[in-house]
Design a protein around this ligand. Structure first.
Ligand code: NAI
Ligand code: MG
Length: 510
């Protein structure tokens, strides 16, 4: 299978590229893969009647819903329909939120017995658990991810983080043996759009457990589950101002970072903004953790269980439409098994279902925003122009909404943009290696260092390889597995500091 022509074929503007593999007569691709499933699943659409969404969300500050001057729409990227309006927090709104967090810190939260704080956090976890289905449906509608994933990953993991850190609240002396730690004050937290509720849990739960109060801002395209979380916080009866939830854009985020009373900043997002925040906080004495992008190597040795590895590759790059900072976006395959891996990958793509995120059978949902879709298309076009060989799933895409076919590139050179830049979409770049040391060298040849995967039958090879990988998280014979007890974070341009686990407490104490 080869892209012929001059290699400069353009993608359609709607992202439903004609660079598919349908064996169509456009002269582009001859698809040898005949293994199309003979039957298809019937639709099984998740009911959304039970969810409660307001038309308009105000800011959640000091335990009250506070109006702002400006509102903006959040849409469903799978249908392009407006779901609700949300408040845009200005600098003065941020100031209000930080002051209420400071007041709550000084008067109540920092003084409360740790065991009592723990009870509130447990309560948050249990209420999310009760509302798990509603959270999952809203997460899927606001962000485009498949309902299967929001039900089995986002929501359960989010509440597991609250349970986990609730348990630490009165045991901090065991987390820091020989050290007497104390809370910091107001934590300013800024999160991205790929795992909204989960990222909020990663940040809020340890902050509260350590005795800090919080001002958190959702990302532009996915504010809704955070406002549902605000309702949970109300219901849990948290003292007012302990958790303040706001929405806005980069300017709102910058106001949180720049506010003199935020003593700790936690950011997850792009490396570009991470660098801005680092400059902004330099010399201020604020504690900072940054969880930024990645370009993870997923290394398949020739002795790997290939069928399991194929599932790992699929889960590594197509999970959450590839909007995953730790996505296994650079596949490093040992040359001797390259052909078989590519053949099996093509076959597996025939049964990867792309479409309505609310359909329980959907594997790959909608791209989060038009902006992200454009970015993916631009990088895919760069891959074509630079001479890599493209393969795309030939699935049908919905007429409306932002979708992109699961794609992979073979014949990728280390110098290609698609081998270096984070695409943050369902696009895999395949490179090859001959020896274990070449695999390690190529895996580490990146500005990033967030995660990696190693697939081999030999335990000793796993340990030898992973001890040499400069990545914060390394999975062996699996991929994209998360647990509240495991720390997560990166090296180099993937950021610093750890979230999750006992190590995740460190960012919230002095
Ligand atoms: P972004 O880094 O601009 O946005 C992330 C969050 O930061 C949002 O809440 C945004 O409002 C806020 N923000 C933006 N500018 C800020 C500033 N100057 N100060 C404080 N907060 C600010 O990421 P964006 O534009 O949504 O995505 C661009 C690319 O970044 C993606 O294509 C992807 O490659 C990468 N990304 C990585 C993520 C990760 O999990 N590591 C998450 C989101 C994006
Ligand atoms: Mg949205």
């Amino acid at each position: 299978m080869k892209i012929l022509t001059d290699g400069k074929k353009k993608l359609n503007t709607n992202g439903k590229s004609d660079i598919n593999t349908g064996g169509r007569s456009n002269g582009l691709i001859k698809n040898s893969d005949k293994a199309k499933p003979k039957w298809e699943y019937s639709k099984s659409i998740e009911d959304k009647k039970h969810i409660k969404l307001k038309d308009k969300y105000d800011l959640f500050i000091g335990g009250k819903w506070v109006k702002s001057k400006k509102y903006f729409n959040t849409i469903n990227p799978a249908t392009e329909e407006v779901l609700a309006q949300v408040a845009y927090a200005s600098d003065s709104d941020v100031d209000k939120a930080v002051r209420s967090a400071e007041k709550a810190y000084d008067k109540v939260w920092s003084k409360m017995a740790p065991k009592e704080r723990g009870k509130y956090i447990f309560r948050i976890a249990r209420i999310i658990q009760e509302k798990a289905r509603e959270f999952a449906v809203i997460e899927t509608m606001d962000g485009g991810k498949s309902i299967k994933e929001s039900k089995t990953v986002d929501v359960p993991l989010a509440l597991a983080h609250f349970f986990y850190y609730a348990g630490w609240a009165d045991k901090l002396k065991y987390a820091f043996p020989g050290r007497k730690v104390s809370s910091i004050g107001v934590a300013g937290q800024i999160i991205p759009w790929n795992f909204p509720l989960l990222m909020a849990a990663w940040k809020i739960a340890p902050a509260l457990a350590c005795g800090n109060t919080v001002v958190i801002k959702s990302a532009e395209t996915t504010p809704l589950t955070l406002y549902k979380l605000a309702e949970v916080i109300e219901e849990a009866g948290l003292p007012e101002g302990v958790v303040n939830i706001i929405s806005g854009d980069g300017k709102t985020g910058a106001a949180i970072v720049g506010h003199p009373k935020t003593k700790k900043i936690a950011f997850t997002g792009s490396t570009e903004v991470g660098k801005i925040i680092m400059r902004q906080t330099a010399g201020t004495g604020k504690k900072l953790t940054l969880e930024l992008g990645g370009k993870a190597a997923n290394i398949i040795f020739e002795d790997a269980p290939i069928d399991a590895a194929i599932e790992g590759i699929i889960n590594g790059i197509y999970f959450n439409q590839g909007h995953v900072c730790c996505a296994g976006s650079r596949l490093l395959v040992q040359e001797s098994v390259k052909e078989i891996v590519i053949k099996k990958l093509k076959h597996r793509l025939t049964s990867l279902r792309v479409g309505d995120p609310l359909d329980k059978n959907t594997d790959v949902g909608a791209i989060n925003s038009l902006m992200q879709l454009e970015k993916i298309k631009e990088l895919v076009q760069a891959g074509i122009n630079e001479g890599a060989e493209i393969y795309q799933s030939k699935c049908d895409l919905p007429e409306r909404g932002y979708f992109f076919r699961p794609t992979f590139f073979s014949e990728v050179a280390q110098s290609h943009r698609i081998a270096n830049e984070e695409i943050f979409g369902p696009v895999l770049s395949i490179l090859t290696f001959r020896t274990p040391s070449e695999a390690v060298e190529k895996a580490n040849n990146t500005f990033y260092g967030l995660s990696a995967g190693v697939w081999t039958d030999k335990g000793s090879k796993i340990f030898k390889t992973l001890s040499k990988l400069r990545a914060g998280v390394v999975w062996s014979n699996t991929y994209n597995k998360f647990n509240p007890a495991s720390p997560f974070g990166g090296y180099k341009e993937s950021g610093f500091g750890r979230e999750g686990g006992r190590q995740g407490l460190d960012a919230y104490v002095v």
